[in-house]
Each structure stands twice: as C-alpha cells, then as structure tokens.
Design a protein around this ligand. Sequence first.
Ligand code: MN
Ligand code: MN
Ligand code: MN
Length: 300
Amino acid sequence: MTPNKPSANGIAFRANPQLPADGICFDFHCHSQASDGELTPTELVQRAAAKGVQWLALTDHDTHAGLQEAANACETAGIRLIAGAEWSLQWGNRDLHVLGLNVDPAEEGMCQFEAGQLALREKRAQLMGKKLDKAAGLTGSYDAACQLAGSNTPGRPWFARHLIAEGKVRDMPHAFNRFLKKGQSAFVPTQWPDLVTGIAAIRQAGGIAVLAHPQHYNLTRTKLRRLLTDFCDAGGEGMEVVMPNLTLHQKQRMAECLRDFPLYASGGSDFHSPNQHWLELGKLPAFPEGAKPVWEAWVA
Ligand code: MN
Ligand code: MN
Ligand code: MN
C-alpha cells in the first residue's frame, strides 16, 4: 500500500491570467482515482479533451494528489488545468463541501491543511473498517478497502465495493442503506474543520472558495441564505450554480442567491465515473443572466 503522496511541488498550477473567449467549454468539478473517481487523472483529462473541455478543474475530495499527473496530461491535451480540491467542512452540525479553486497546492499552510484532512480521513476509514468487521461479520475490511482504493484513506464507496465482493450486499445502494449511510452500523461521523478555517486555508493559498452543490444540503430558503451570509463573511467568493439536472425551481433559487450575494458563479459536472450516464464532463447549462463567471476572479 502506498502512503498518500504529498502535494505536487514545482509546477506553476495557478491559471494564466487570461480571459477565455466567449462560450468557453469548462468543467470546474470532477473526481479522479486520487479520491473516489473511477478514472486515473490521465484518463479523466483525455475524456475531458474528447468532450471539448478547454478549462478543467480537478477537485478530488480533500486531496491535491492527482494534480501532478493531471497537469502533465493537460499539457499534452492542450487543456488549461485549474488546481483544485473539494474540501469537507463543517457548518454548525452540517457537513458541507467547498471547492478551493486555482490554489497553489504547494503553499505551506495549504499543505498542512491537506495533511490534516487526510489524517481525519484515515482515522475515519480505520474506524469504519472496525465497525464493518463487527457489523458484517468480516475481518480486515480496512486493509481490503485500502487495497481496492490504492490508498490508505479509502472512502465509503471502497468499503461498499468490498462488501459487494464479499457477497454481503447486492450493490452500492444496498451497501449504503444497510451499513454505510448515516444512522447505519458502520457510519462514522467526522468532525471536519469549520467553514472559517477551511476558507482561510484556500484563500491563503491564493485560491477562491466556492460552495459546492448548494442544492444538496436540504436547506430551506432561509437556511440557505444564512449559510451564504456566513460563507461570504468567512471570505467565500463563489457558488456552484450550473450543474447537470437541476430542476427549474433549483435554478431559480440559485439565480436569486447570485443576485443577493456578492458571489462569483461556478459550475461543474461532479463527474465520478463514465457510468453516470446522466452527466458528462463539460456538459453544463448556461450561467444565469448577469452572473459573474468565477474566472473573472482570476484575472481581477
Ligand atoms: Mn465523491
Ligand atoms: Mn460534494
Ligand atoms: Mn464532488
């Protein structure tokens, strides 16, 4: 088992301050095997290129480990890579995902923050393995999930695959419903850093903090506005507003938030696997009228 690699050093990841032409094909949210994605960073970049993507942000969960490989592949493919990650953070008792886009992954504070996230993930995975051993009558679930993931911080999908391989569940949904989701026997709650701490780390590394998929948190309109107020107060500057498969109601709520909060608009597919037939890299609806695209922050 290989330990987690430190962030890539020595590559100028920060985007060139040059405005893309109108109608640019971009995707600022996707995952590789460096977290829970199915494709290697190289395969992901090659797929993005084949789909016509010109600007790509790799945003693996709590790690920059895939960036070096992605940067090499982007160079070959002629795609501009935005260095990023999707950080797990806490707001009150809720877990949130915040993208740190266009960061310098080698910045010292960022490296420390990343190491802290990985330590939390490793602790969580070890505990999950123990709980699963007990709940499903298995042994060595943690090591098995590490093997499958090729890392010592396997997330829940890897434990799900282990359960499937052991014949304990039929498929992924069954694994989550029976063992892994909140309230079930192998769920491990994690105390992530708070919003303020996470956003500060992103900013210190020169990046833009973007609230990921606001529609996923099951917030009422009032609660969402409270979150955005706190998010902006903490230095958050962007919000994902274009994603595949938003309902009209969700689109309207996003547009309203963009009007009322000083936020740049971002968007991405949240691509994890070619098996997600309902989404594709770079395939996004247009920004709402009047939105300030997040790349304007990079040239400001
Ligand atoms: Mn994921
Ligand atoms: Mn997410
Ligand atoms: Mn994601």
